[in-house]
Design a protein around this ligand. Structure first.
Ligand code: GDP
Ligand code: MN
Length: 383
């Protein structure tokens, strides 16, 4: 789950990272009241799930109530990369002497956390990454070792930050690493990380993405969920408690187990198709879950064929089959199904499907994953 900037700052503040005082608001009048409360000058900032707000006119300084009124009026409703601004964050303006960049994220191929730090932060960081990659100091942190103060200090020195802020930067980066790991984030980025004119190191922006798998231990995340932007397919999937991620392709995918679901996306791509989604119905899925999964896939306008890939372990073939029969009695599918059913009770499952008298135009069965992928992709292209 991606957080809005102000939520990211609330998240950072819990770990002792310095952020500016501010208020989230949704109207021009509230924006003025917030500015009066925090004190001028303030910055009026669009809160959307997108970067590049500064360049899009979504970040403005205001010295008095009239300026707040003007900027808040312009920014509310502003479209930033397809995201309409409905929330503003009004914060005390900072006097900046330097703008740095820092982030922690997971480098899956290295099986380590990746920290990136640069003295060339600010709104042009993407350009820096392309044109001057050496200006970004990288470290890979073994999660077992964590980030020690000594390693953090070396990293700060490697980034050539202003030497006068070394101690302040080290202290902040250690807190950011703790926020990222103990806070269950997938990404914690500050751009710009500023040095104020008084020499203090401070987070001026916040980009945080939380690991949804840790949701169960964070009841406080409910507040962040309230402003989360899900597409309508993802909302429907969530009401059914399904592990679903919407994609842009045309082959709807249902598989049991995250690994098999990802392999299914790969094999669909390999044979020239495109996946409409990731959907893992999990181990031990019953008929109800399969029926719900088909409902969600069927809701997706772009889907032109459905590939059900089940390798039964705890999941039993006859439950999968019953779910499909059940779903077909509940909803009229807009796309044909290709199923590969293997593993526990696959024979029983295939018999249930055969006995149900489902026409070939609605469902065909293939013995292997690759054959099923070929068939599903051909159908998705109207062949
Ligand atoms: P982004 O464009 O979406 O990344 O939004 P940021 O929060 O990073 O703001 C963009 C830029 O606005 C920053 O890089 C700063 O240069 C500027 N800015 C933001 N807040 C302040 C502030 O309090 N004081 C000053 N002087 N500039 C600010
Ligand atoms: Mn920024």
């Amino acid at each position: 789950m991606d957080l809005l900037e102000y939520q990211g700052k609330q998240f950072f503040a819990q770990f002792g990272i310095p952020v500016s005082d501010g208020r989230p608001v949704t109207t021009v009048d509230e924006a003025v009241a917030a500015a009066e409360a925090v004190g001028y000058p303030v910055v009026v900032k669009a809160q959307v799930h997108a970067g590049g707000r500064g360049k899009a006119g979504g970040v403005k300084l205001a010295n008095n109530a009239d300026e707040v009124r003007e900027h808040a009026g312009n920014i509310l409703g502003l479209d930033i990369s397809g995201h309409i601004t409905r929330i503003l964050w009004i914060e005390i303006a900072s006097d900046i002497s330097e703008e740095y960049y820092v982030s922690f994220t997971l480098d899956r191929s290295a099986k380590k956390h990746l920290g990136m730090l640069s003295k060339e932060g600010g709104v042009e960081i993407e350009q820096v990454a392309v044109e001057n990659p050496d200006a970004i100091a990288k470290i890979w942190i073994d999660p077992v070792d964590g980030l020690t103060e000594a390693v953090c200090r070396e990293w700060v020195l490697a980034a050539n930050l202003n030497p006068s802020v070394t101690d302040g930067a080290v202290a902040l980066l250690l807190k950011l690493y703790t926020a990222y790991t103990d806070g269950d984030a997938d990404l914690a980025e500050i751009n710009p990380l500023i040095v104020k004119t008084d020499g203090k190191v401070h987070a001026l922006d916040a980009k945080v993405s939380l690991d949804d798998n840790a949701d169960f231990r964070h009841p406080e995340w409910a507040e962040y969920r309230a402003t989360e932007e899900l597409d309508s397919r993802e909302q429907l999937a969530r009401t059914h408690g399904l592990q679903y991620i919407g994609l842009d392709g045309t082959v709807g995918i249902i598989a049991n187990g995250a690994g098999l679901a990802m392999s299914t996306l790969d094999v669909v791509n390999q044979v020239g198709g495109t996946a409409a989604n990731f959907l893992d119905i999990g181990g031990g899925a019953n008929a109800d879950v399969m029926a719900a999964a088909l409902e969600v896939i069927n809701f997706d306008e772009k889907v032109t064929s459905i590939f059900i890939n089940i390798f039964g372990g705890i999941t039993r073939g006859e439950e999968v089959a019953k779910g499909i029969v059940e779903a077909l009695s509940r909803v009229t599918l807009k796309a044909p199904i290709v199923i590969r059913l293997d593993g526990t009770n696959a024979e029983e499952g295939r018999k249930i499907l055969a006995d149900a008298g489902i026409p070939e135009s609605t469902l065909i069965s293939k013995p292997t994953m690759l054959e099923a992928a070929h068939a599903a992709v051909a159908l998705s292209k109207g062949k």
